[in-house]
Design a binder for this molecule. Sequence first.
Ligand code: SF4
Length: 449
Amino acid sequence: MFRVSQFMREIVAPTPGAPDRGAEAPLAGMRPGRRASDAEAGALPAASGSHLPPAAAGAAPPSAAGPRRDPPGPVVIWNLIRRCNLACRHCYSVSADRDFPGELSTAEVFGVIDDLRAFRVPVLILSGGEPLLRPDLYDIAARAKSLGFYVGLSTNGTLIDAAHVGRIAALGFDYVGISLDGKRATHDAFRRKQGAFDQSLGAARACRDAGIKVGFRFTLTEGNAADLPWLLEMAQAEGIDKFYLSHLNYAGRGNVNRKHDAFHLTTRRAMDLVFDAAWAAVRDGREREFVTGNNDADGPYFLMWAAERFPDRTEHLRAKLAQWGGNASGENVANIDNLGNVHPDTYWWDYTLGNVRDRPFSAIWSDLSDPILAGLRARPRAIKGRCAACRHFALCGGNTRTRARSLTGDPWQEDPGCYLDDDEIGVTGAGERLEVTPYSRWRKDGVPV
Ligand code: SF4
């Protein structure tokens, strides 16, 4: 996860400490990405220029950043239930409106929570499927809150009515993230449900009005990129606290539909828009948060964005980005699925490190005899291809392993989702890049794909 707003604030008020983790040579100029021409890349407008606000122009010189710091335990994203009332086109968990036998009981969940607390896990994100379909969701959340976790709820929002809003507020959920993938027609098509947009937006408004911190979660593809400017403006007009742009990761239906992933130039334009919106909020002193996920090249791309506008901040930001370190799968982010299987993150459901019914999470997460976990913890990670030679490797960490693995079968290959060109990463003569080929197999386990 790349906390855009946090790094934007480093432009205005540089700090010596390390930013939260979730995520050389002189910088080359920006050039179009390789997968699409301007005309092919859709309707995203170019970014605007930026200037330091008067107060920041006289700010103290950037401070030296220290070594990379890690939180005490990983953020745990917990898919408590796989059932969902929707069947979205890019759902990594391939959820559907049916029961999935063998899910953890309330008592089992409570036991895992106790272990997570002892293991110093700071954050639980309760997800699904649709977590509101789990009858004991509020009991689980209450238990987690009583033990001091930061508790987030990740929901499609369509089931949130006044009663749910009241319970969410009363329990003190720290954050509610609601998926919204574009304008009404776009969102309803992505979510495969007429009326989903109105229900989800209504839920966000109701949470906002109840004083609950709420955000939109937007997954970027070539099919909804044109809606992003509208969605950013709408989020601001509606007073939504947070905007999270997720790049498409190639897992579950996101892998089956990977041919619809955004072209590299589309991604760059989307990031320019997010950066501009985040900068405007910081510049104007508005309490709005912008975050991106699933493409750690966002860090180096942000550095290029900042270097063009605030060259005197470049070295400070580079040091801060190195502290962040890029991809955190298997390190600072963990996943537990509905059956109790532990994965390096939410996009590794086809790779299991262990099951909490057999061993505590703390034991599974500490067991580096697993080759994937050991590889993810290696510093630096042994990533191949253009990532190995990239001047930004320390900032990005080689990006998302799932895309490389889904495309090639090799989890340590270069990430095909990197939208920086060879000049920008300081590589010459690297040859052809990995092409994103369409998924060719059809799952036949009875779950709609
Ligand atoms: S080439 Fe690899 S390491 Fe470099 S920015 Fe791209 S994904 Fe990150």
